[in-house]
Design a protein around this ligand. Structure first.
Ligand SMILES: [Zn+2]
Ligand SMILES: [Zn+2]
Length: 226
């Protein structure tokens, strides 16, 4: 069994990760985490994640979000339809970006601002129609025995990384990229905060950890970013 699978999904081809949970029973399908699902009707790849799950005999146990930018969340509703019991986890600072349509809102403050500056308002409907979060995070939680939540604001106010010391994996969202980091010039971004978050990560995360970011090159050793 692989430690993780990576698929590019949605409007910007975000890195969506499927991470089988360790230590669960050998019964099939095995539970897995789905991180930042963006596959949806709009981009014609709505079944990309569910197909891989069934091919690998996995079931979606939970949907973890690294943050709520539109390019990371458009596939939540597809996942929820296929796996109604899977809970959506997000940092509380960005809870307002989800479940907007159900509250009669056209979208959260962050995504409305970003999509209008990108002249991508057509995407807003799909964003607004994503279901609300089930579990709000503050940072410091340990999920599914091994996955520590680290609050890493800067790219967005509710950016988090998920760190598994045992398996040596860091899901870094748009906070840490290969030799780089996420932009901070959009609504809710803060440059001083992302530098604090990056140094927190380097202090917290063990050498040799494999980094799985939200875009581009993935699977690099955190030492390569020092
Ligand atoms: Zn982002
Ligand atoms: Zn992104």
């Amino acid at each position: 069994m692989e430690k993780f699978y990576c698929l590019q999904t949605g409007v910007f081809g975000v890195n969506t990760y499927i991470v089988p949970l360790e230590g669960e029973s050998a019964a099939l399908p095995r539970p897995a985490l789905v991180v930042d699902p963006a596959a949806c009707m709009l981009t014609g790849d709505a079944s990309k994640i569910t197909s891989l799950l069934s091919q690998k005999k996995l079931t979606c146990q939970a949907i973890l979000l690294t943050h709520t930018h539109f390019d990371h969340i458009m596939g939540i509703s597809v996942m929820k339809k296929a796996f109604p019991d899977a809970k959506v986890y997000v940092h509380k600072a960005e809870a307002g970006e989800l479940g907007c349509g159900a509250r009669g809102e056209a979208g959260g403050i962050i995504n409305r601002s970003i999509l209008s500056s990108f002249e991508m308002e057509a995407v807003l409907d799909g964003v607004a129609n994503q279901p609300e979060a089930d579990v709000l995070l503050s940072g410091g939680e340990v999920l599914f025995d091994d996955w520590k939540v680290i609050h890493t604001p800067g790219h967005s106010p509710g950016s988090v990384c998920y760190y598994n010391e045992k398996s040596g994996l860091l899901l870094s969202g748009d906070t840490m990229f290969y030799h780089s980091w996420g932009r901070t010039d959009m609504q809710g971004g803060n440059e001083a905060q992302i530098f604090e978050s990056l140094s927190l990560l380097k202090k917290t995360v063990k050498p040799g950890t494999i980094v799985l970011p939200g875009h581009d090159h993935f699977g690099f050793n955190i030492e390569e970013n020092r």
